[in-house]
Design a protein around this ligand. Structure first.
Ligand SMILES: Cc1cc2nc3c(=O)[nH]c(=O)nc-3n(C[C@H](O)[C@H](O)[C@H](O)COP(=O)(O)O)c2cc1C
Length: 201
């Protein structure tokens, strides 16, 4: 059985989704996958980034990390996309990346892979599920196979999001990721690797 190739492609302004993506990477590698962790390009104007200390610091810390390309999706057997919520939708930065995939889409190169998503929001009912469902609209058009975690493990009753994995950052946008969410990220990673492995057989 050949090694599963997993791309973890995300946008993060202030570091939450970045931390979630790193956790997924560790869990997927532990599950035996060859993982590419890639951030999508920042599109916001420099003034907007400079106006928010947490955004500015995260941008400076991660600006030299590898950027996602279309080849990362084509290469992968499975893709986990991460985006903070923006009014119940994916960020324009991640959406812009999806919108550059037209040539690969038209050749069928995005189809038949396993996909799922993870997100964060400031408030508990702030649009996490809507964000994941909005992300999945694009996956349908890819002909992708969405691998929602559902309640396939008892730990999903603790984090409570069957659509993917999500974290609430709270009023100061800095609430630490909980053990329940870490467990759900590990589960998302290992389950996606397992299903992608079956799809390859
Ligand atoms: C323009 C904008 C819209 C946002 N919309 C929502 C929202 O609808 N609901 C919510 O709970 N949080 C909202 N947030 C908060 C972000 O989702 C939160 O800061 C993010 O999840 C943190 O992730 P990050 O640290 O990876 O950037 C919004 C933030 C911005 C900048």
């Amino acid at each position: 059985m050949s090694q599963v190739k997993l791309a973890v492609i995300y946008y993060s302004a202030t570091g939450t989704v970045h931390a979630m993506a790193e956790r997924i990477t560790q869990a997927a590698e532990k599950a035996g996958a060859d993982v590419r962790l890639r951030q999508v390009a920042e599109l916001a104007p420099a003034e907007a980034i400079a106006s928010n200390a947490a955004w500015s610091q995260h941008f400076d810390r991660t600006k030299d990390e590898p950027k996602a390309t279309a080849d990362d999706v084509v290469w992968a057997d499975a893709v986990l996309f991460g985006s903070p919520t923006r009014y119940g939708n994916v960020t324009s930065q991640l959406k812009q990346f999806l919108d550059t995939l037209g040539p690969q889409w038209s050749q069928g190169l995005l189809a038949d892979k396993a996909y799922a998503g993870f997100t964060s929001s400031m408030t508990a009912h702030g649009g996490q599920e809507a964000t994941l469902l909005a992300l999945y609209n694009s996956i349908y058009h890819f002909g992708g196979i969405i691998v929602p975690p559902g309640y396939t493990d008892p730990l999903k009753f603790a984090d409570g999001n069957p659509y993917g994995v999500s974290h609430v950052t709270g009023g100061n946008n800095d609430a630490p990721i909980t053990n329940e969410v870490y467990a759900a990220l590990d589960h998302l990673a290992t389950r996606t690797v397992r299903i992608a492995s079956r799809l390859k057989d």
